[in-house]
Design a protein around this ligand. Structure first.
Ligand SMILES: Cc1ncc(COP(=O)(O)O)c(C=O)c1O
Length: 388
């Protein structure tokens, strides 16, 4: 079946929540995918910062097949070895003391807010309000669209859960004006992804940390897009010498296999009790076995070094292209500001390059972490051609 037929069938049968590009992707290998008509694309979209090791990475495929032959699913009523090992690995590589697993970024953020409220009940007279930022994106559940700082995401779903307070992103001082005795936490993305690859001032997270310490609040970092190596450290907070109390991870953690995680420090762990939160699939053997392999590949193949190197290269080369007004980002989370971002993404697709729009004037370049300079040059050549 060809792209056109898939489009017709999709329009007949899918809930129309997505404005889709007119191709059906049927196969992937490394940094390339192929559509139903057999056309090849260089994938700088990676499922929106998700297939970070490239498509069908042999070690990840092997891990999944091995696990599929061993055990697919059991409940958290029992100990799940791969879930425990993944938690141990993440705790070794980050500040965290305990991990709750779920299936997506939004769910991980829900867990973060619930755990913050548990901590607030126990240690802060029942404080429950969470400060978030304008232009942020935290997911599509009701609570997370309330937390999100973009009107277009909330429209049509009111009334929303209250008790999320928004302040301007990048301005730590503005938080101080809205903190009251009911505030329990501040939640931000280290770099806003969906909001247009907005990088805050270097000392922003440090200032938020100081503010949280001063007012006895928890600092929650949403690392769903920035995490798992995307910005040149395993988690972006590690670039800023700041430790949050809670952070969330999803997307690239499973390289495309659904998994989410909420990681907490000892202080927050001590407020969590049995039965306070749960997820049927959370910690699923297939997902956690795959994620263990993902982390192993990133560390063993020194991919963080490649992310920094290729990130610098791409940014430098992008900033030479006259029609690009600004280049932003860290590592391989890169945003290029252009006039007609939707038009640029569509034309790039026609020429065999997948990109992702963000905000209303940014195209995102999110190649796999193991991308080579040759492949970067190919993407740059297509993008330059499109902008010309
Ligand atoms: C920063 C951030 N948080 C949360 C989410 C939501 O993740 P999911 O779509 O897996 O629920 C996203 C997705 O783009 C994101 O970029």
């Amino acid at each position: 079946m060809h792209n056109e037929s898939w489009k017709t069938k999709a329009q007949q049968h899918l809930a129309p929540t997505y404005a889709q590009y007119p191709i059906a992707i049927t196969r992937g290998q490394g940094c390339y995918v192929w559509d139903a008509n057999g056309k090849r694309y260089l994938d700088f979209a990676t499922g929106i910062a998700t297939v970070s090791l490239g498509h069908c990475h042999p070690k990840i495929v092997n891990a999944l097949i091995e696990q599929a032959k061993t055990l697919w699913h059991v409940s958290n009523l029992y100990y799940i070895p791969w879930e425990i090992e993944l938690a141990e690995k993440l705790n070794q590589l980050t500040f965290s003391s305990a991990v709750f697993f779920c299936n997506s970024g939004a769910e991980a953020n829900e867990a973060a807010v619930k755990f913050a409220r548990l901590w607030g009940k126990k240690h802060k007279n029942g404080a429950y309000k969470v400060i978030t930022t304008t232009n942020s994106f935290h997911g599509r559940t009701l609570s997370m669209i309330a937390a999100t700082g973009q009107e277009k995401v909330k429209r049509g779903f009111e009334p929303l859960p209250s008790d999320f307070v928004h302040i301007p992103f990048g301005d730590a001082k503005s938080a101080e004006e809205v903190i009251d005795e009911k505030t329990v936490a501040i939640m931000v993305e280290p770099i806003q992804g969906e909001g247009g690859v907005i990088v805050p001032p270097d000392n922003y997270l440090k200032e938020l940390r100081n503010l949280c310490d001063k007012h006895n609040l928890l600092l929650i970092l949403d690392e769903v897009q920035t995490g798992v190596g995307r910005c040149g450290a395993l988690y972006a907070y590690q670039l800023y010498e700041v430790e949050p109390d809670i952070f969330t991870s999803a997307k690239a953690l499973g390289n495309g296999f659904p998994i989410g995680a909420c990681l907490v420090n000892e202080k927050v762990k001590s407020a969590i009790t049995p039965s306070s939160h749960a997820s049927t699939f959370g910690g699923n053997p297939l997902a956690t076995r795959v994620a263990l392999e993902v982390i192993k590949v990133i560390m063993e193949e020194n991919l963080l070094e490649n992310v920094s190197k290729m990130g610098k290269y791409l940014k430098k080369e992008l900033s030479r292209i006259p029609k690009i007004k600004e280049v932003r980002g860290k590592g391989l989370l890169i945003g290029a500001e252009v006039e007609d971002n939707q038009g640029v993404v569509k034309k790039a697709l026609e020429k065999g390059l997948l990109l992702v729009p963000a905000a209303n004037n940014v195209v995102r370049l999110l190649p796999p972490l193991n991308i080579t300079q040759k492949e970067c040059d190919k993407a740059l050549e297509i993008l330059e051609d499109v902008l010309r």
